[in-house]
Design a protein around this ligand. Structure first.
Ligand code: ADP
Ligand code: ZN
Length: 310
């Protein structure tokens, strides 16, 4: 039995199971780390107990993914009260005494989609969420990218036509980066109304599609994904996908000569297949990967011990 935790800025979704068919979940508000973690740990103790073999965590960030670092598994510089420099993976590992896999929330969601969702059988894919913030994970040759720290796709810099859109953006670091221009709260601030209440033919959606398509073109040109999945609250607008695809086509202008981005855009840019369960299901994949790595580690160490005795 595996455990998954989608650690978000508003709630922690915990899951127990092996995949979409047997997944059971519960969620707890993200309050004080001590309070939230006590609830999370108790959930696994009560509902899985000794059957729990490993846990995976997909976390809001920034996070430290460098296994050689003293602060591996920590949430690092978040402005979220109480959570900066919090040892999330370590706290869970010590309390439950099982291997703990750790990655960003968006990398976890992408792993879930690659295993059971809309990116199955693809080696190169991108997952973006456009909600309270904008975040993204990328898989290249079957591996999610970590790199120096981890990609921060939400903060891509985009051309910003100030005459057309005088809104300065909401990002505290950059103002008008992708997140600053296109997240749900940016839409609300620009148009003085919650994004969900703007009519389908409001000019807000064409502008939103333009910013998202600019980001998607840049991502396609740099990482050459086979598919891009767009999730999050803002993408609940059904008309937005067609607008993004049309804008993407226009901006790309036929440059990438592959049928998937010429005539197959309905598939190339599409919603996640697992909906809101992508993150927690992906955390199960992280648990499974960590369990396998731990077993391999044991085998190697045992062999070394035997070698030393001989
Ligand atoms: P989070 O990013 O916090 O995990 P969501 O992905 O659900 O959560 O994003 C929430 C944001 O998405 C809200 O702040 C709002 O701006 C926007 N949103 C939610 N529902 C809709 C909708 N139906 N249409 C457009 N925007 C929406
Ligand atoms: Zn930014």
């Amino acid at each position: 039995m595996l455990g998954g935790i989608e650690a978000g800025g508003t709630k922690f979704v915990c899951g127990i199971g092996t995949g979409p068919d047997d997944l059971k979940t519960a969620s707890f508000p993200t309050s004080d780390p001590d309070v939230t973690l006590r609830q999370v740990i108790e959930y696994f103790q009560v509902n899985a107990g000794k059957d729990l073999e490993a846990v995976g965590i997909g976390s809001f960030g920034p996070v430290d993914l460098d296994t050689a670092s003293d602060t591996y598994g920590f949430i690092t510089t978040t402005p979220k009260q109480g959570w900066a420099n919090f040892d999330l993976a370590g706290t869970v590992a010590r309390a439950l005494n099982v291997p703990v896999g750790f990655d960003t929330d968006v990398n976890a969601a992408l792993l879930g989609e690659a295993r059971w969702g809309a990116a199955q059988d693809l080696a190169h894919a991108i997952y973006l969420t456009i909600g309270t913030g904008v975040g993204g994970g990328a898989m290249v040759q079957g591996q999610v990218i970590h790199g120096l720290v981890h990609p921060e796709i939400g903060h891509l810099r985009l051309p910003h036509d100030w005459a057309k859109d005088p809104f300065p953006g909401t990002c505290p670091y950059h103002g008008d980066c992708l997140e600053g221009l296109a997240c749900g709260p940016a839409m609300q601030k620009r148009w003085n109304a919650p994004a969900a209440t703007l009519p389908h033919d409001h000019p807000a959606w064409a502008l939103e599609a333009n910013y998202l398509a600019l980001a998607l073109v840049n991502l396609t040109l740099t990482l050459s994904p086979q598919r891009i999945l767009l999730g999050g609250g803002v993408m609940q607008q059904p008309q937005l996908f067609a607008l993004v695809r049309a804008e993407f086509s226009k901006l790309m202008n036929g440059y990438v000569q592959h049928p998937d981005v010429l005539t197959g855009l309905d598939q190339f840019i599409q919603p996640p297949g697992l909906g809101s369960r992508a993150g927690v299901l992906g955390s199960l994949v992280l648990a499974e990967l960590e369990q396998a790595a731990t077993m391999l580690d044991h085998v190697i160490r045992e062999r070394e011990n035997r070698g030393n005795k001989a």
